[in-house]
Write a new protein. Structure first.
Length: 307
């Protein structure tokens, strides 16, 4: 039978998270296993995930394929996964996510019902009880929530927990922009370009997954840096678009200045008063700064390290 759907898990030195993601992907129900394959794309310099993947493959209900991409970078590993995958539909699951048994079937149902090129779905983050003060903030930060009902949407999200129709992807074998290898946002750039070209997006509220952020990410130092990077996204996208959208660049920079002017003093006051909700105000201020300071020396490296 022809492979219709490739479940893709990019990974880099997260053995525990990868094991959970693998088991959840292989436990999918409501989909003919003969139409599926699982592709694990390893972005470590050495093939550190190969043994674990091959061990799982021995008893898997459908083919499990290992791909090694030693060249560091989030776009590199996603592109390698796509080149390896055989399915006309690509379901992305991150290596810190766990999918319920009906996850893939829900994604496929929404895609078919609305003839979508890309389907996005919720992510529910879980932070340990030990993160008492900032736990609500961390769980909101790493979650993806939307009040939309199932159906078409006019916006997009990141690649983790999404379903893509391969034929709708631009760029041949490398739809993810390699210039985003270290800073991230390669998926935002791809989906932004697809939207400009008329791609159809849909939301599948029943296709949710859990996300368990690694401990090193459960710090304000990390989340505020990421908030700054997320803030850079819309301004940088306008700059990178063809033709370049200078009006959009100016608009987002001004919005960023306004957000910083509003939330900066609020964040400082809440920090001085040791308010438990201070993290959210700091997050808003950081996103505003990112919209304003988005070019060269202000770009932060989040990916691409293999040592």
């Amino acid at each position: 039978m022809t492979i219709a759907v490739s479940i893709v898990i990019p990974t880099q030195r997260r053995p525990a998270g990868l094991a959970t993601a693998l088991m959840s992907a292989l436990a999918q129900t409501g989909v003919d296993p003969a139409s599926l394959e699982l592709v694990v794309a390893d972005n470590d310099q050495v093939p550190s995930a190969r043994r674990a993947v091959e061990a799982v493959a021995a008893n898997a209900p459908f083919p499990v394929v290992y791909a090694h991409e030693p060249a560091a970078g989030v776009a590199n590993v996603r592109n390698t996964a796509l080149r390896t995958a055989r399915g006309g539909l690509i379901a992305f699951l991150d290596d810190d996510q766990e999918a319920p048994a009906g996850w893939l079937a829900a994604l496929l149902t929404t895609r078919a019902r609305h003839d979508a090129d890309v389907v996005f779905a919720p992510v529910h983050a879980r932070a340990p009880q030990s993160e008492a003060i900032y736990r609500p903030y961390f769980e909101r930060f790493f979650s993806r929530l939307d009040d939309a009902e199932e159906g078409p949407i006019d916006h997009f999200y990141g690649c983790g927990n999404s379903l893509l129709r391969r034929a709708s992807l631009p760029g041949g074998d490398t739809p993810f922009a390699v210039e985003r290898n270290q800073i991230g946002g390669e998926d935002d750039l791809l989906f932004g370009n697809m939207q400009a070209a008329g791609a159809r997006f849909a939301w599948a509220p029943d296709a949710w997954v859990w996300e368990d952020p690694i401990p090193s990410r459960l710090t304000l130092r990390y989340t505020l840096a990421r908030a700054f990077g997320y803030g850079q996204g819309p301004t940088e996208h306008c700059w990178s678009s063809t033709p370049r959208d200078l009006v959009g660049v100016a608009k987002w920079m001004l919005i960023g200045l306004g957000q910083t002017a509003l939330y900066g003093p609020i964040a400082l006051a809440k920090w001085a008063l040791r308010r438990p909700d201070r993290a959210q105000a700091l997050d808003r201020a950081a996103r505003g700064l990112g919209k304003t300071f988005w070019w060269g020396p202000f770009r932060l490296i989040f990916y691409g390290r293999t040592a």
